[in-house]
Design a protein around this ligand. Structure first.
Ligand SMILES: Cc1ncc(COP(=O)(O)O)c(C=O)c1O
Length: 259
């Protein structure tokens, strides 16, 4: 099939859960290392990397060899059984976490599922249901993940799981309050404080700031902008102030909140 035929077939047969940024979206046929080729044979330098998931290049021979090896040995069993690769990976990841502090892992098939798990774990642990998400965030395509997503284009059907509020991000590059740090007096943190006071029960299960690094906020994968307040009150301290167990939640829930 040509690229055009594939695009038409996709429109006809696939669920319209994903919207495109482009009028003529790329139809990717194959890829190698840093390059992808479309269905019509055009070559592209890939700055996207599968949305930052193909970090060692496309069709990496080392990765592929291990995948083939595993497929030939054991392809699939139910999660109720123990398998060596799963345990070995959990051990390996544990050894890479800061100070070996994180020692429980749940492997998922997607970012959406990871976020669902993080929210559920946080709610169970905190004994609270309220989740503070950030405006303009993207967290996935399930009901709960869409509910914490803060972009209308990604909230199909106006989804809304209960217990989710959206706060402004601490995003100095395009400050939602049109202020400049440090003269802003951390208006974003104060706004978060007010949102928690007025729109939640006062106990927070999770603060949704996916894909961050400790002490520096990455706004999803779209931007890396340092969070203000390292030398003063920050969103972290505010959440802790509102929730005695916030520190413990952060320990089991690194995706959604950081110390
Ligand atoms: C920041 C972020 N969170 C969550 C997701 C959802 O991941 P998935 O598409 O694997 O469910 C994505 C996917 O693009 C993402 O970029």
């Amino acid at each position: 099939m040509t690229g055009e035929e594939l695009s038409l077939a996709r429109k006809e047969y696939l669920f319209p859960a994903v919207f495109y940024y482009f009028r003529d979206p790329l139809v990717v046929a194959y890829a190698k290392d840093q390059y992808v080729w479309d269905a019509d044979g055009n070559q592209y330098l890939d700055f996207f990397g599968g949305i930052a998931t193909v970090s060692v290049g496309h069709c990496n021979p080392v990765v592929n060899a291990r995948v083939h090896e595993q497929l030939d040995r054991l392809q699939h069993v139910s999660a109720v059984f123990t398998t060596e690769p799963q345990v070995a990976l959990a051990q390996k990841v544990a050894s890479l976490t800061p100070h070996g502090r994180l020692t429980k892992f749940f492997f998922t098939n997607s970012g959406t599922e990871a976020n669902e798990t993080a929210m559920l774990a946080a709610q169970c642990y905190a004994g609270a249901s309220d989740i503070v998400a950030l405006r303009y965030a993207y967290h996935g395509r399930s009901l709960a993940a869409m509910s914490v997503t803060g972009q209308s284009a990604c909230r199909l059907g106006g989804v809304s799981a209960p217990s989710v509020i959206h706060a402004h991000n601490a995003y100095c590059y395009r400050c939602p309050f049109h202020l400049t740090y440090p003269n802003c007096d951390l208006a974003c943190a104060r706004d978060l404080e007010n949102a928690i006071q007025t729109s939640t029960s006062g106990r927070i299960a999770a603060l949704g700031r996916e894909a961050e690094e400790i002490r520096s906020a990455l706004a999803g994968i779209s931007a890396a902008v340092p969070q203000p307040g390292a030398d003063g009150p920050s969103v972290d301290t505010l959440v802790q102030q509102f929730n005695d167990s916030a520190q413990q939640i952060q320990m089991i829930n690194p995706l959604f909140s950081h110390p």
